[in-house]
Design a protein around this ligand. Structure first.
Ligand code: MN
Length: 742
């Protein structure tokens, strides 16, 4: 695809050894550049006659890579390595030759770059993890290997237009998947931005070119606005005696705009903060001072202030971020940092050792805690497979990187849970998720995923999303999928419940729901409450937003005569079909029905047991029609029942034919003697029950208190177990624990 003429093509201007040396001398005046000179001549010699796809001399490539390394202000060893990086792979030169001419340090670096170049990330999913490991391995040995590789990739991306389209797409995708994230983790944000934008240009050319035109146009339009904000900031800084300050308003890079549009589903015109303002100061105190100044100038947007100075990112990035309501009510993003922080922000790890010749690189690298860990493990674990198991991807600490069972890597925000994972794979996998295995072990749904975890989702066809899940998930995809499900489900069940409540209330007035519906009388209430349909009306009643009485008061009721006939009809109908039958039918269609209680002889109800009183078969129980979650079963003594809306209570009884097990808690007070626990668990087992949890404590007077969760079939079963426990020598008292029941 030919870019439109307004886009700058990367024009290669020949650069010479003298330029390179001048560039290095600029940041490191005392550099011994003889090694660079020697490498330049060596590389030129061995690459002689080779051409790149662009038709230009191959040697041009290592020179440009060396310039990228010099721009990062790295040591002469790294610049030299850049010049030599393709000699072993692509020319007659050999590794022993390199070692002989340039020493073992450079030879090892060249060898490392050569090896990484041979890693293909385009293989099957299983291999992806293994390849990533190789890269981590090489990086842990010497970070400079990765820096040269990143520079190599950057130049290749800059000159990608000369390759075949299929190759362009493949290399660009690989850059986006592997190298741009890696640059980000190493804090090389300038390289990261360039790699991302170049990748976008080849993976999604239509989007890239459209964006580039839009951005250029809009920046022109907004030039005055940007200038105004800049002037105001500069004016305020000057007034408050901040000198030596550097302020810019820079357009964001295309890829980040594209991501933002994609993530929030925005059109280009809806993206506002296209320009980021940056204030670079001398000291940390000044940073906080200027933050206060900006906040006094414009109102900050709540929740958008981030203090990366107090809490640096894993890649050492430090800055204050805030978003304020700028002139004209527009959101303006401002970053405030010191000069040193700015260096780190742009050049990342490179800023940390830079040109300090002879300084121990691994010592510098050890400031990166994740890398430190890798280096440590690298020492201990010689076997690469073992290394993979131990390390996997701890490299990425802000986002977590999770493996599918097939070895594919997926990125998640920190704090994500197995549910996020499940919803990312497939909505149905999320909806039916009952648990997960992480690295082969069962974990609860609230488990927070860690980088390197391999996650396997367990499902059940009976499982459905629960409201509480919303608190567990981090990704917006999972959240919206769960909300969507609950909304539909709640609407459905509240409709059913609403109909029941209304019907009950209508009966008192000797009216009949069906007739009112048929004759369009309910429609009056629908309109009176500005709703759309009768379903919405019922759903509102079910939810408790509207009372049935209020609804009835708005109906213009037909004359008495008709009512009487209707009532007669209603009575007849009641004999053939129980009014609750419909609810039951509706409810049993959905989800986890447990056939353990009956409602006035109707089976198959959507029920769950209230946690407050935890009733067991045999307890005297009552049902409470919840808003949207079927019927909850309470004991008749439960205080919650007395507080409940009596209209929502229904009579239920246990279905004695259903085989069911319920968990109850029992408390046992006993002597503190050895073997007692074993005796107690023995008698519980003899009674055909199971201990699912046990908790032991001691009292002040040297007695033991045991809390057991056991499974029981019914009350009768429970009392048999309790008397069996009380029969154990040393047991003083055993009783059932009923939380919150006074
Ligand atoms: Mn190369």
């Amino acid at each position: 695809m030919t870019p439109p003429p307004n886009l700058p093509l990367v024009i290669a201007k020949p650069r010479e050894l003298a330029d390179l040396i001048a560039c290095v001398k600029q940041y490191n005046p005392n550099a011994d550049t003889s090694l660079i000179e020697k490498a330049y001549l060596f590389s030129e010699e061995v690459h002689k006659g080779q051409k790149r796809s662009s038709g230009e001399s191959y040697f041009h490539h290592p020179i440009e890579v060396a310039f990228i390394i010099a721009d990062l202000q790295l040591d002469t060893v790294t610049v030299t390595t850049a010049l030599l990086h393709d000699t072993v792979e692509d020319t007659v030169a050999t590794l022993p030759q390199i070692e002989e001419q340039f020493g073992s340090e450079i030879a090892a670096l060249v060898d490392g770059v050569t090896k990484i170049s041979q890693i293909s990330f385009q293989t099957s999913e299983e291999k992806q993890a293994e390849n990533f490991r190789k890269m981590v391995f090489a990086m842990a040995k010497d970070l400079r290997v990765i820096l040269v590789k990143l520079a190599d990739r950057t130049h290749n991306m800059r000159t990608l237009q000369h390759l075949r389209p299929d190759k362009q797409a493949r290399i660009a995708q690989e850059t986006l998947d592997i190298y741009a994230p890696l640059a980000n983790r190493l804090g090389l944000s300038a390289l990261k931005r360039e790699l991302e934008d170049l990748s976008l240009r080849y993976t999604k050319p239509e989007i890239y070119y459209k964006l580039s035109i839009q951005v250029a146009k809009k920046i022109k339009e907004r030039d005055q606005y940007t200038q105004d904000v800049l002037t105001m900031i500069e004016g305020a800084l000057h007034e408050h005696e901040y000198h030596n300050v550097y302020v810019t308003g820079r357009p964001k890079h295309f890829y980040s705009i594209h991501k933002k549009m994609e993530k929030r589903n925005l059109t280009y015109d809806q993206v506002y903060d296209l320009t980021g303002f940056r204030i670079v100061l001398e000291t940390v105190e000044q940073c906080y001072g200027v933050l206060g100044l900006i906040h006094s100038l414009w109102t900050p947007v709540p929740g958008r202030f981030k203090d990366y100075i107090a809490i640096p990112k894993a890649n050492f990035y430090q800055s204050l971020h805030t978003t304020v309501i700028g002139p004209g009510g527009e959101k303006v993003e401002v970053q405030i940092r010191t000069r040193e922080m700015h260096e780190t922000a742009e050049r990342g790890i490179a800023a940390h050792w830079a040109y300090k010749e002879g300084k121990n690189i691994s010592q510098e690298a050890s400031k990166f805690s994740w890398l430190n860990r890798l280096v440590e493990w690298n020492k201990d674990l010689q076997d690469p497979n073992e290394f993979l198991e131990t390390v996997k991807l701890d490299l990425f600490s802000e986002d977590v990187y999770i493996f599918t069972p097939k070895g594919k890597v997926i990125e998640f925000p920190a704090g994500a849970t197995p549910l996020d994972f499940a919803y990312t794979i497939h909505t149905d996998l999320g909806h039916h998720c009952i648990g997960a295995k992480v690295n082969g072990r069962m974990v609860p749904l609230k488990y927070k995923l860690k980088s390197g975890d391999t996650v396997e989702i367990l499902t059940s066809p009976n499982q459905t999303p629960h409201k509480d899940w919303l608190k567990l998930v981090k990704t917006s995809r999972a959240k919206s999928k769960i909300r969507q499900f609950i909304k539909v489900q709640e609407h459905e069940s509240s409709k059913v419940v609403g109909e029941m409540i209304l019907e009950k209330e209508l009966k008192k007035e000797e009216l009949r729901f069906k007739t009112l519906l048929k004759e369009g009388i309910l429609q009056q209430a629908v309109e009176a409450f500005s709703l759309k349909t009768v379903d919405d009306l019922l759903s509102s009643i079910g939810y408790g937003k509207l009372s049935a009485k209020k609804v009835i008061s708005r109906l213009q009721l037909p004359s008495r005569e008709i009512e009487t006939t209707e009532t007669k009809e209603a009575k007849e109908s009641k004999e053939t079909k129980h009014p609750l039958q419909r609810i039951v039918e509706e409810a049993s269609k959905k989800s986890t029905t447990r056939h353990v209680v009956k409602v006035k002889g109707i089976e198959g109800l959507l029920v769950h047991f209230a946690r407050c009183c935890s009733p067991v078969p045999g307890d005297s129980v009552v049902g409470f029609i919840t808003r949207g979650r079927g019927i909850s079963v309470h004991t008749r003594k439960c205080p919650k029942v007395f507080d409940s809306d009596p209209h929502r209570l229904i009579d239920i009884e246990w279905d004695t034919t259903a085989a069911t097990e319920r968990a109850v808690k029992i408390r046992v007070l006993c002597e503190d003697r050895p073997g007692l626990l074993a005796d107690m668990s023995g008698v519980i087992k003899d009674q055909d029950s199971n201990i699912t949890r046990a908790q032991i404590g001691t009292t002040k007077d040297k007695k033991a208190v045991c809390l057991f969760s056991i499974s029981i079939k019914n009350l009768n079963h429970l009392s048999k177990i309790i008397s069996a426990i009380e029969g154990v020598p040393g047991v003083l008292r055993a009783e059932r624990v009923q939380k919150k029941e006074r």
